[in-house]
Write a protein that binds this ligand. Structure first.
Ligand SMILES: *[C@@H]1O[C@H](CO)[C@@H](O)[C@H](O)[C@H]1NC(C)=O
Ligand SMILES: *[C@@H]1O[C@H](CO)[C@@H](O)[C@H](O)[C@H]1NC(C)=O
Ligand SMILES: *[C@@H]1O[C@H](CO)[C@@H](O)[C@H](O)[C@H]1NC(C)=O
Ligand SMILES: *[C@@H]1O[C@H](CO)[C@@H](O)[C@H](O)[C@H]1NC(C)=O
Ligand SMILES: *[C@@H]1O[C@H](CO)[C@@H](O)[C@H](O)[C@H]1NC(C)=O
Ligand SMILES: *[C@@H]1O[C@H](CO)[C@@H](O)[C@H](O)[C@H]1NC(C)=O
Length: 792
C-alpha cells in the first residue's frame, strides 16, 4: 500500500509540470495507450521526445518514438514491418509485466517478451526518458528498453553492440526495413552493407581495404560504439569521428538513411532544422544498389542522384529502381553481331570475368565476345587493362577516369549511338531516390575554423587512402601473368531463403554428389537456372563464421573455379548455391572413355590456372587442400572448374611459413607427405595433389589402386608416382617412346602429341615431389604447360 501511495505521489509530482496538457510521462501496468485517442502518448520529462502511435499510411500506424520537432522525426519503431490498424489497436502493459502491441484488438504484432517474475510484488512501469529511451522498469530493474533494439537511428549514449544493427527505412516515406545495414561484421569492424533483393555487398569502408588500411582495428572484439551529445563518436574498432559542430550540446542522431549513407544530424536551435554534421560517404553513387542491375547512377548537387539504364536495357519496375534494368534482347543468340557502346567515365564495380594486361581495345572486345555471359568491358586506356564483366552492377558515371563499353547486339535499336546516355536518362521515381538528397550538401556557416580543419583532415585522410590504394595496387601486381585469367574480387552474390532452396531442389530430391562436409543436390532456381545446391552438414559453425567463409568464396571468381551464386544461412541450415556443371566431375568422366587427349590437356591446364588463381592471384591466399578428380567439374565444353573450397583455409600472405592446421585434411591417395609427417602446410600441398591428379589423368589409373615393387603403407600416397618413375627408368634402357606407351591410358588411343605428353608427365612428377621445395608453384606449372604451345 505504502509503495502504491508513493508511486501515486510520484506520478502526481512528475506529471504536475505538464498538467496544462495532462500528458502522461509513464504507463503503469494494467493500462494501455490507444491508437484512437490522439492525445494517448508518452512525453519525456524534458519534452524532447514522444512515444505513441505514428501514422505510416492510410489507416496504418506504428508504435514509435519521435523527436518533438516540426516533422516529428522518428527515432525508433516497435513494429516497422507490421503496421497496425487505426481502430482498436493498442499498446498495453500487462499485469505480468509484458508490454504488448495488439492490432485491431486481436492479434499481437509485437511484444517486449518480458515477464519479470521477481517483480511479482513490485510495479512495472513504462517510461520515456529524457534521452529518448523508452524503459520498462520493475523493482528498480530495467526489464526492457528501446535502446537495446534500435531501428535506423542511434541517439547519444545509445550503444551499438554485437547484437544490434541499424537498418535503413525503405524510403523517406516508407518506414519499413530497407536494404542498408550498419553493424559490426565478423572482423569486429563497423561496416555498411547493401543487402538487396538479389545481391548483397559491403560498400563502406571500401571492400578492397583490409581493416588496418581503413584505420580500423579488427582485434578488439568487444564490439561497442556510441556517440555523445557533443558529437564525438567512438567505437571499439577505433573508428572515431567528430561532428562538424562538435563541442556544443545539441539534440543529435546518427541515422542510416534510405539512400544507404549514414549521417550524423544535429538540430539547429535557430531555425529548428536538422543539419548534417557528418556522413560516411561523400560520393552518393558509390553506395551499392543505388540503381539496381544494368543501370548507372549519376549525381549532381542540384538534382541529387539519378539512375539511367545502360544502352540496350530498359527499366524493370517503373516505380522502383532497386529492380534495375533488363536487356531488350535475348543474350547470346547464335550468329548475333555485336556493338560495344561507349559510356564515358563510367565504372561498374566487381563481377569481372577476367583481367588482361596490355590488351588493345579491339583485343579486349574480342575477349568479351568469347563469353556468352559477357555484358561489357571496362577498359583502362593508358595501362591497356581489360576487364570483361559478366554482371553490370553498382554502376556510376562521373568521377571515374575510364570508359565502359556495353555489349549490345547490332540488331537492337539504340537510337543515337553517339550519345546513348542522354537517350536513356530517366528520372528516378520521386519516392525512391530523388527526394531530399541535396540536403546532405547544405553547409553550415558557423564554426568556420573547425569546419575548415575537419575538411582539411578529411582531405588529408582521403589523400592518404588514395596513396595506400595506389601503393598496394602497384605492389600487388604480379610480374608476368598476363596470360592467366586474373579476376578482380566480385562484390557480392545472392542470399536465398531455405524455403526457396527447398523448393528449387524439390525437397532435396536429386542427389548429385557427396563429400566435403555435405551433400549436393540438383536444383532449378526461381529464374530457371540449373544449380548445384550443397547442403552442409549441420555444423556447429556459427552464422558469422559461415558468412566469413562464404564471403571469401563469393569473392573468388575465375573461369576455372566453380562459380558460387549464393548462400543460405537460416537457423541451423547452411547451404551454398553453385552453378551446375553438365558433365559432372572429372572422376566420373575419367573412367568412361569420354576424354580424349585434347580434353585431358585442357583439363590439366585449366585446373592449374584455377589453382594458381586461388594461390596467388586473388586478394587472399586460399589453399584448397582437397584437390582430387571428384572436385574438378567439367562444363559443356569439358573445361574444368575447380569446386569445393570447403576445406580451404584462408592464409595471410605474410603468415605462410608458420601456418598450422589442427587436423589432417584431404583425401587418401592425393595427400601430400607434409600432412603425414606433420610438416608446415603451404600451397605446395595443393601442387602435390595436382601432380597426382595429372598422373591419374594421363595413366587412367587410380592412385590407390596401383601396386609397385616397393609397396608399403607409409608410401601409399606415392604409389602411382613410383610406378610412373619405374616405367620411365625401365624405358630409358629399352628405348624412348615405349615408356610413354606403357603409362598412357589405353582408352585415350594413340592420338596424342608425344612431345607435349612428355612435358605433362615431367611437370606432374615435379609437382608430386616428396620435398615441397622441389615442387613448382601453380603459376609456374601454368607457364610450363603453356610454353610448348607458344613455340609450336
Ligand atoms: C513499404 O515497403 C514495403 C516493402 O517494400 C512494402 O511491402 C509496403 O507496401 C510499403 N508501404 C507503403 C505504404 O508503401
Ligand atoms: C576494446 O574496446 C572497449 C570499448 O571501446 C574498451 O573499453 C577496451 O579497453 C578495448 N580493449 C582493448 C584490448 O583495447
Ligand atoms: C575511445 O575508445 C577507446 C577504447 O576503445 C579509448 O581508449 C579512448 O580513450 C576513447 N577515446 C576518447 C576520446 O574517449
Ligand atoms: C520537414 O520536412 C520538410 C519537407 O520534407 C523539410 O523541408 C523540412 O526541412 C523538415 N524540417 C525539419 C525540422 O527537418
Ligand atoms: C605490349 O604489347 C606490345 C605489342 O603487342 C609489345 O610490343 C609490348 O612489349 C607489350 N608491353 C608489355 C609491357 O608487355
Ligand atoms: C538553419 O540555420 C543554419 C545555420 O544556423 C543554416 O545553415 C541552415 O541553412 C538553416 N536552414 C534553413 C532551412 O533555413
Amino acid at each position: 500500500m505504502g509503495v502504491l501511495f508513493l508511486l501515486l505521489l510520484f506520478l502526481a509530482l512528475s506529471s504536475s509540470p505538464s498538467s496544462s496538457s495532462n500528458l502522461p510521462a509513464a504507463l503503469d501496468e494494467g493500462s494501455s495507450l490507444s491508437v484512437e485517442k490522439e492525445i494517448d502518448f508518452l512525453v519525456s520529462p524534458n519534452r524532447a521526445f514522444s512515444a505513441g502511435f505514428y501514422p505510416v499510411g492510410p489507416n496504418a500506424y506504428c508504435f514509435a518514438i519521435w523527436f518533438n520537432d516540426e516533422n516529428h522525426t522518428v527515432v525508433w519503431m516497435a513494429n516497422r514491418d507490421k503496421p497496425v490498424n487505426g481502430k482498436r489497436s493498442k499498446l498495453s502493459l500487462h499485469k505480468t509485466g509484458n508490454l504488448v502491441l495488439t492490432d485491431a484488438g486481436q492479434i499481437s504484432v509485437w511484444a517486449s517478451d518480458t515477464e519479470p517474475t521477481s517483480s511479482s510484488n513490485s510495479h512495472t512501469r513504462l517510461q520515456l526518458e529524457d534521452t529518448g529511451n523508452l524503459v520498462l522498469r520493475g523493482g528498480g530493474v530495467v526489464h526492457w528498453q528501446s535502446f537495446d533494439w534500435p531501428t535506423d537511428t542511434l541517439l547519444p549514449h545509445q550503444l551499438i553492440t554485437r547484437s544490434t544493427e541499424l537498418v535503413a527505412s525503405r524510403s523517406r516515406t516508407n518506414h519499413s526495413s530497407g536494404f542498408y545495414k550498419f553493424h559490426f561484421d565478423y572482423e569486429n569492424t563497423l561496416r555498411l552493407v547493401f543487402d538487396g533483393i538479389e545481391t548483397s555487398s559491403v560498400y563502406w569502408y571500401e571492400t578492397w581495404l583490409v581493416s588496418w588500411e581503413a584505420g580500423r582495428s579488427a582485434y578488439n572484439n568487444s564490439r561497442i560504439a556510441f556517440f555523445d551529445s557533443f558529437g564525438y563518436f567512438n567505437s571499439s574498432d577505433e573508428l572515431q569521428f567528430w561532428s562538424s559542430d562538435w563541442g556544443t550540446r545539441r539534440p543529435r542522431r546518427l541515422t542510416v538513411d534510405p539512400d544507404g549513407n549514414i549521417r550524423m544530424y544535429s538540430l539547429d536551435h535557430g531555425n529548428k532544422t536538422w543539419q548534417v554534421t557528418w556522413q560516411a560517404i561523400s560520393k552518393p553513387c558509390k553506395i551499392h544498389g543505388a540503381c539496381g542491375a544494368n543501370s548507372l547512377c549519376t549525381y549532381a548537387p542540384e538534382s541529387g542522384r539519378r539512375c539511367s539504364c545502360a544502352p540496350g536495357y530498359t527499366m524493370k519496375n517503373r516505380r522502383d529502381w532497386s529492380h534495375g534494368c533488363v536487356p531488350n534482347f535475348k543474350s547470346c543468340e547464335k550468329g548475333d553481331q555485336y556493338d560495344f557502346i561507349e559510356l564515358r567515365q563510367s565504372e561498374f564495380y566487381g563481377y569481372d570475368i577476367g583481367f588482361f594486361r596490355n590488351y588493345t581495345l579491339q583485343q579486349c572486345k574480342e575477349e568479351c565476345l568469347k563469353y556468352c555471359s559477357c555484358k561489357g568491358i571496362q577498359y583502362k586506356v593508358g595501362e591497356a587493362y581489360c576487364y570483361p564483366k559478366n554482371m553490370l552492377l553498382n554502376g556510376y558515371q562521373g568521377g571515374f577516369e575510364y570508359p565502359m563499353f556495353i555489349r549490345v547486339p547490332k540488331i537492337v535499336q539504340v537510337s543515337d549511338r553517339k550519345h546513348p546516355l542522354e537517350e536513356f536518362s530517366l528520372d528516378c521515381p520521386k519516392e525512391v531516390l530523388t527526394t531530399d538528397l541535396d540536403r546532405t550538401y547544405k553547409k553550415k556557416r558557423e564554426n568556420g575554423t573547425l569546419r575548415f580543419m575537419l575538411w582539411f583532415a578529411i582531405g588529408l585522410g582521403l589523400l592518404e587512402i588514395l596513396c595506400i590504394i595506389y601503393v598496394s595496387l602497384k605492389t600487388r601486381q604480379p610480374s608476368s601473368r598476363s596470360k592467366q585469367g586474373y579476376i578482380q574480387a566480385a562484390a557480392g552474390f545472392s542470399k536465398f531463403t531455405y524455403a526457396e532452396l527447398k523448393k528449387a531442389t524439390r525437397n532435396f530430391n536429386e542427389e548429385i554428389g557427396r563429400g566435403g562436409g555435405g551433400v549436393v543436390y540438383k536444383g532449378i532456381l526461381p529464374d530457371n537456372r540449373a544449380a548445384a545446391i550443397k547442403r552442409l552438414n549441420e555444423a556447429n559453425q556459427g552464422e558469422a563464421e559461415f558468412l566469413a567463409e562464404v564471403s571469401i568464396i563469393g569473392r573468388l571468381n575465375h573461369m576455372n573455379l566453380l562459380e558460387t551464386w549464393g548462400y543460405c544461412a537460416e537457423g541451423k541450415h547452411r547451404l551454398l548455391v553453385y552453378e551446375y556443371m553438365e558433365h559432372g566431375s572429372l572422376a566420373a568422366n575419367l573412367y568412361s572413355n569420354a576424354l580424349d587427349w585434347e580434353k585431358r590437356l585442357g583439363i590439366a591446364l585449366g585446373t592449374a590456372k584455377g589453382l594458381a588463381y586461388l594461390h596467388e592471384e586473388c586478394l587472399e591466399w586460399v589453399l584448397h587442400c582437397d584437390v582430387k578428380p571428384h572436385n574438378i567439374l567439367l562444363d559443356s565444353n569439358y573445361q574444368p572448374k575447380v569446386a569445393d573450397f570447403g576445406l580451404s583455409k584462408l592464409l595471410n600472405r605474410g603468415g605462410i611459413g608458420n601456418s598450422s592446421f589442427s587436423r589432417i585434411r584431404g583425401t587418401r591417395g592425393y595427400m601430400a607427405p607434409e600432412w603425414v609427417f606433420n610438416l608446415p602446410i603451404t600451397s605446395k600441398v595443393d601442387v602435390y595433389s595436382y601432380g597426382i591428379v595429372v598422373l591419374e589423368l594421363i595413366t587412367g589409373r587410380n592412385p590407390m589402386g596401383v601396386h609397385t615393387s616397393d609397396d608399403n603403407d607409409e608410401m601409399e600416397n606415392g604409389r602411382l608416382v613410383t610406378w610412373v618413375r619405374e616405367k620411365i627408368h625401365g624405358g630409358a634402357e629399352s628405348g624412348k617412346a615405349s615408356w610413354i606407351e606403357e603409362i598412357v591410358d589405353p582408352t585415350m588411343g594413340s592420338e596424342y602429341d608425344v612431345g607435349r605428353m612428355e612435358v605433362l608427365v615431367k611437370v606432374a612428377l615435379q609437382c608430386a615431389e616428396e620435398d615441397k621445395d622441389a615442387r613448382p608453384s601453380m603459376s609456374q606449372v601454368v607457364d610450363m604447360l603453356l610454353r610448348p604451345q607458344e613455340e609450336d
